[in-house]
Design a protein around this ligand. Structure first.
Ligand SMILES: [Zn+2]
Length: 184
């Protein structure tokens, strides 16, 4: 269970009570001392994620959290918004009520949320996640992202393309961002 404020993993439970289909826990982060609430679902059977190659693995909230955190790195998002998005995605998955869910469906749920949350995070996630079949819709998203900057000079536009379209995974570590404020 990661702290939504500082991302540290260690917290202590200060209050715990049952609510409907989950256990509500009030936690205090051992690193930053801030408090947050978690709703931990009581699952009688694990939700299995069917990957593209057909293999199945247990749904892992932390893994989902990491991929969202990477996509949202250095973006000016309100505190706790990643946690909130994951909570919503998790409840949606539970409400579907199936034992198995394709990884693609989870990816779509993530993109749906990132799209509303932050365009740059959305493009980052989509560029890593989506395959070539979606290249047209991907291009549309990129065009939409660049749209408000139409009045800028073409040199600025080409720099934006370089910066924003580099898939997160391919970025060099420690590379100084050309656009530290993330404003586009
Ligand atoms: Zn913390």
């Amino acid at each position: 269970m990661y702290c939504p404020f500082c991302s540290n993993e260690d917290s202590r439970v200060i209050d715990s009570r049952d609510s409907d289909d989950s256990i509500r826990r009030r936690r205090e982060c051992l690193t930053c001392g801030l408090r947050f609430t978690t709703y931990e679902r009581i699952q009688t059977r694990a939700l299995l994620v069917v990957k593209r190659d057909g293999r199945r693995e247990e749904f892992n909230r932390d893994k989902l959290w990491l991929s969202l955190k990477n996509a949202c790195a250095k973006r000016p998002l309100p505190i706790g918004s990643i946690e909130k998005a994951i909570d919503e995605i998790e409840s949606q998955l539970v409400s579907i009520g199936r034992a198995e869910i394709p990884s693609r469906a989870i990816g779509e749920l993530v993109m749906e949320r990132l799209r509303n949350l932050d365009r740059v995070a959305y493009i980052r996630f989509a560029s890593v996640y989506r395959d070539f079949r979606d290249i047209e819709s991907f291009k549309e998203e990129v065009d939409a992202l660049l749209e408000p900057k139409k009045e800028e000079t073409s040199s600025q536009l080409s720099f934006l393309k370089d910066e924003e379209l580099t898939p997160v995974g391919r970025r060099k570590r420690g590379r100084k961002p050309k656009n530290p404020t993330g404003q586009i």
